[in-house]
Design a protein around this ligand. Structure first.
Ligand SMILES: Nc1nc2c(c(=O)[nH]1)N[C@H]1C(S)=C(S)[C@@H](COP(=O)(O)OP(=O)(O)OC[C@H]3O[C@@H](n4cnc5c(=O)[nH]c(N)nc54)[C@H](O)[C@@H]3O)O[C@H]1N2
Ligand SMILES: Nc1nc2c(c(=O)[nH]1)N[C@H]1C(S)=C(S)[C@@H](COP(=O)(O)OP(=O)(O)OC[C@H]3O[C@@H](n4cnc5c(=O)[nH]c(N)nc54)[C@H](O)[C@@H]3O)O[C@H]1N2
Ligand code: SF4
Ligand SMILES: [Mo]
Length: 697
């Protein structure tokens, strides 16, 4: 084509949304010229994300065109874990998968099949809750998958206190007088909330970061408290102790809107500031000062995302934190209360999408973060076929070495639907190439605002990539299945999802979504989520929860200590508490193979307080080995007083095979939280030693 033709060829702007596991759910615009995506930018019209993407997704199109993109179905030719494959046709791939699945179901029953879906895309159709394959797996009677990896602990805790993991609209942080950024690092893990924090500040709000590490966000806050990891619930009880000591509880609110205050009040009395100081390592006078500040400021907004619930007591931590605005009555005010995730405010018809009614009998549930143990256990039946969909367990799930051993089982048939040759792909028998977001249709929200988005495909898929929904329609046909629900088109699925009839979905139609790109839920304005009552059994905020008691838990909130962090035996062998939070440069392991972002990340890094480095004779910039009895990874040491003494700070997201063979999950363990069966990534003890001359990638 000549230059003049290129100049005149019309440009097309296609509206879409970022699908990654991030609260922000950015709206984006793809510019298409001659069938090629030439630009991808944030959509300035979106009220929450306002045109800004993040440092990662600004490289989306670069990622889409990376040389290592998977473009064709592959069959393993090497040993499991080696990552050697040959190209095959879709027909061969589907024939082989159909035959192997039928064989497994016939010999071991449907539950021997594990659909293991992750968070690579939060799209309602292509990812979330395993939807693309969920109906097919329901028909086969496959095991259910508990995607506990991210927020199940906090969700379970919040459910007891306020009835739902959903809380205040993050936009309403702008109306808070005091903001507690509690176990959350928004400038890295969802930066769009920051402009609402800043708006509050312009009105005089005070911002406190509570984090064992002085993060980017903590640096920007007015105040930073650095508790020992996993002790936040004790801190919350200490703050309440101060508030009640001042008589600043809202008696009217307590009487009208809460349940179990008397019992909870007695428990609060057991957490005087001095005792809490010795549990948390936060000086008593700082606890008193913050308690007094909460007592005299209305309203207080707690922004607590996933970080602080990745501990043995993580479920109770959120359960207890949500009580603070119950005692002060701040849940009744715009900008008061707690914000964790907005997902439960999205009233799509999930049951209609998932069609779990297609199961002929109840099935067992297998827990995502326990994949290593589960694959190595005998099991009844043992897992014989594993479908990995938008997940990368080798890189992202705990106890890496056990996962590798499980995936290496010769009798296990593993299919991976992927875009890139991840650490997990290396163990696949069959690899199926998946489209990326600008190549397929989806509905998206994110979990940090109240807008639903429609993502339109902007370009044709490269090579032989297919949307996961289409892959499973083809597989169902190949297996000779006839259930009509297995063949619904993407558009039909979207219509079903939007037809819940819930009043908040009024006006949220596919037509409008297509035209406008995103639509705000029809929530009341102003939106004070629990002004009319809480979605708990009693309709009140439940300090005392009969439901918790029935389910075998403490009827009252309080403090459940972390496990490894406070275990004296482990502390002796592994003196450092490791936190491996979100990396600024990757989104989980997505982008972990992007050369520029890897370069910027500096590769695997572990940060230690100067005292801890000196005690080990370690120097800044030195190669070190971070280890415990589960495994080890190599990193470069950064000595920094941003890290609390006794804590080692690293990050998730690097690919093991590009980082010396292991990443941080070589040392994290597979235990589960007190509530919600969540993982305990930040409740890990390690030692850090000289790494010798070993290469660090
Ligand atoms: N850039 C980037 N953004 C991301 C992600 C990413 O990988 N990279 N991941 C996305 C996903 S999947 C999620 S779930 C969210 C997670 O984002 P966040 O909810 O922010 O969770 P984390 O990054 O795990 O931890 C946040 C902070 O909690 C601190 N922390 C750890 N343990 C404790 C504790 O016991 N108490 C307190 N007070 N603080 C603690 C950590 O030091 C860290 O600074 O971010 C999303 N956004
Ligand atoms: N140490 C430590 N580990 C952690 C955490 C931590 O805080 N510390 N955080 C945990 C958290 S919060 C989470 S959410 C998990 C995430 O763990 P996983 O759910 O396993 O997510 P990822 O590692 O991002 O892998 C997702 C994969 O999906 C692929 N993908 C993306 N889009 C699509 C698509 O449209 N179709 C298909 N088929 N594939 C796609 C990507 O290429 C990527 O390889 O990690 C957890 N791991
Ligand atoms: S990862 Fe988060 S901040 Fe970045 S573009 Fe996606 S939604 Fe926006
Ligand atoms: Mo997550």
């Amino acid at each position: 084509m000549s230059l003049s033709q290129e100049k005149t060829s019309p440009e097309l702007k296609v509206l879409g949304a970022c699908p990654l596991d991030c609260p922000d759910g950015c709206s984006w615009v793809v510019t298409v010229r001659d069938g090629r995506a030439v630009r991808l930018r944030g959509n300035p019209d979106h009220p929450y994300t306002r045109g800004a993407l993040c440092t990662k997704v600004s490289r989306w199109l670069e990622r889409a065109g990376q040389d290592d993109r998977l473009l064709y179905p592959l069959r393993r030719v090497g040993r499991k874990g080696e990552g050697r494959f040959e190209r095959i046709s879709w027909d061969e791939a589907l024939d082989e998968i159909a035959a192997r699945l039928e064989g497994v179901v016939a010999e071991h029953g449907g539950e021997a099949v594990w659909p293991y879906w992750g968070t690579g895309t939060l799209g309602y159709l292509q990812g979330l809750e395993g939807l693309p394959g969920r109906r097919l797996f329901n028909v086969l009677g496959a095991s259910d998958h508990h995607a506990n990896i991210c927020s199940s602990a906090g969700s379970a805790g919040l459910k007891y206190t306020v009835g739902s993991p959903a809380g205040l609209d993050p936009e309403d942080l702008a109306h808070a007088g005091l903001i507690l950024l509690w176990g959350t690092n928004p400038l890295t893990s969802g930066h769009h909330v920051w402009k609402f924090v800043q708006a509050a500040r312009r009105n005089g709000a005070h911002v406190v970061a509570i984090d064992p590490v002085r993060t980017r966000s903590a640096q920007q806050a007015d105040e930073h408290l650095a508790p020992l990891p996993g002790t936040d619930a004790a801190l919350a009880m200490g703050l309440l102790n101060v508030i009640v000591g001042l008589g600043a509880q809202d008696e009217e609110y307590l009487a009208a809107h809460t349940l179990g205050w008397e019992g909870f009040r007695e428990r609060i009395a057991g957490f005087p500031p001095e005792a809490v100081a010795s549990i948390t390592g936060v000086p008593a006078e700082r606890i008193v000062a913050l308690g007094e500040r909460i007592a005299r400021t209305r309203p207080t907004a707690i922004r607590a995302t996933q970080g602080l619930q990745r501990h043995a007591g993580g479920g109770t931590a959120l359960r207890t934190l949500a009580c603070v605005p119950g005692v002060t009555g701040d849940w009744a005010l715009r900008g008061g209360g707690l914000s964790f995730s907005t997902s439960a405010h999205m009233k799509l018809d999930r049951a209609a999408l998932y069609r779990d009614d297609l199961r002929r009998r109840p099935v067992r549930t297998l827990t995502m973060s326990r994949i290593g143990d589960t694959l190595l256990e005998a099991g009844d039946p043992p897992v014989k076929a594993l479908f990995v969909i938008a997940a990368n367990p080798v890189g992202s799930s705990p106890d890496q070495e056990r996962i590798r051993r499980g995936l290496a089982r010769e009798d296990l048939f593993t299919v991976v639907l992927e875009q890139f040759p991840t650490d997990t792909v290396d163990y696949a028998d069959i690899v199926l190439p998946a489209t990326m977001q600008h190549e397929h249709f989806d509905l998206n929200d994110g979990y940090g605002h109240l807008y639903l988005a429609c993502n339109q495909p902007a370009v044709a898929p490269p090579g032989e990539c297919l949307p996961s929904t289409e892959t499973f329609r083809r597989l169902a046909r190949r297996m000779g299945l006839t259930e009509p629900a297995l063949f619904d088109s993407d558009e039909e699925l979207a219509e079903q999802a939007l037809s819940s009839g819930h009043p908040w979905m009024a006006g949220v139609t596919l037509d409008r979504l297509r035209k406008e790109g995103f639509v705000r839920l029809s929530v009341p304005d102003p939106f004070v989520p629990y002004a009319e009552g809480f979605p708990t059994p009693s309709g009140r905020l439940e300090f005392r929860s009969e439901r918790a008691a029935r389910e075998g838990h403490d009827p009252l909130p309080g403090y459940v200590p972390p496990a490894e962090v406070v275990d004296p035996g482990r502390a002796e062998r592994y003196p450092l508490a490791l936190v491996s939070a979100a990396s600024h440069h990757f989104l989980n392991t997505v982008f972990g193979n992007n050369p520029e972002l890897r370069r910027r990340s500096g590769g695997p890094v572990v940060r230690l307080h100067p005292d801890d480095a000196a005690a080990r004779g370690l120097a800044d910039g030195q190669r070190v080995r971070v280890h415990n009895d589960r495994g080890a990874f190599e990193a470069v040491l950064e000595v920094s007083d941003a890290v609390r003494p006794g804590v080692a700070a690293s990050a998730k997201g690097l690919w093991a095979k590009l980082s010396g063979g292991a990443n941080v999950n070589a040392v994290t363990g597979g235990d589960l939280t007190d509530l919600g069966d969540g993982p305990v990534f930040h409740d890990t003890r390690v030692e850090v030693g000289d790494g010798g001359a070993a290469a660090v990638g």
